[in-house]
Design a protein around this ligand. Structure first.
Ligand code: ZN
Length: 155
């Protein structure tokens, strides 16, 4: 078995939609980025690539490549999982934490888990999405940005 870890940060962008775990979240701001800026899925992608020692999201999908402008991160996750499977690995489970002051995302986590599980072709029971705030401290607490962390096990 191999473990992987991923971490990502995106800045708040008041003019964009907020997409997390492939779900459009009701919010008065979104996140800036080349793709759909799905910080949660980006952390998960990096954890999977890390577990298989296959590089990182920036190497696979460069942000100066117009192919990936505004692209769905769930689609990128699907591509990464295909790469993991092609390398002979099986994905056992994924655990992730989204760190943002607002909005509340508890009502969306099941749908996020379903999107991630579907992209990875694993059971939703093997995908966890948690959310926390940093008690109004730091850049997430001041709503200047959002971060996410993820770990996974592959075999
Ligand atoms: Zn990112």
């Amino acid at each position: 078995m191999r473990i992987g870890q991923g971490y990502d940060v995106h800045k708040i962008d008041k003019d964009r939609e907020l997409i997390l775990g492939g779900v459009k979240i009701e919010s008065d701001f979104g996140l800036s980025g080349h793709s759909d800026a799905d910080v949660l899925v980006h952390a998960i992608i990096d954890s999977l690539l890390g577990a298989a020692a296959l590089g990182d999201i920036g190497q696979l999908f460069p942000d100066n490549d117009m192919t990936y402008k505004g692209i769905s991160s769930i689609y990128l996750l699907k591509k990464v999982c295909e790469k993991i499977y092609d390398s002979g690995y099986k994905i056992l489970n994924i655990d992730s934490t989204l760190i943002m002051q607002k909005p509340k995302i508890s009502g969306y986590t099941l749908e996020m888990r379903q999107n991630i599980a579907e992209a990875c072709n694993i059971s939703v029971d093997n995908v966890s999405v948690k959310a926390t705030t940093e008690e109004k401290l730091g850049f997430t607490g001041r709503s200047e940005g959002a971060s996410a962390q993820a770990v996974c096990l592959i075999e």
